[in-house]
Design a protein. Structure first.
Length: 84
């Protein structure tokens, strides 16, 4: 093998090693990005099974029946129900 051919083989090995390092680091970056995304996501199963605490009580609304043209409607506002 001549000196010129040996140099070409050396350059090829060096380039191959460089490509492997670049690909390896790109894969590691993608894995870390996916891991960060997975840590931030909340499982839909968890949300479906989780019992949420009600932070406020719903106020009890009084129902008022309003009849017009033979049909009855339920109103929750006293002033509207009083207007007949």
């Amino acid at each position: 093998m001549t000196e010129d051919e040996a140099y070409k083989v050396h350059i090829q090995y060096t380039f191959n090693a460089f490509c492997k390092v670049v690909i390896r680091h790109a894969a590691i970056d993608e894995i870390l990005k996916l891991r960060r995304r997975w840590e931030q996501e909340v499982s839909l199963d968890y949300l479906m099974n989780e019992k949420f605490v009600q932070l406020a009580e719903l106020e009890q609304l009084e129902e008022y029946l309003f009849t017009a043209c033979g049909q009855t409607a339920v109103l929750y506002h006293a002033e509207l129900a009083a207007c007949k």
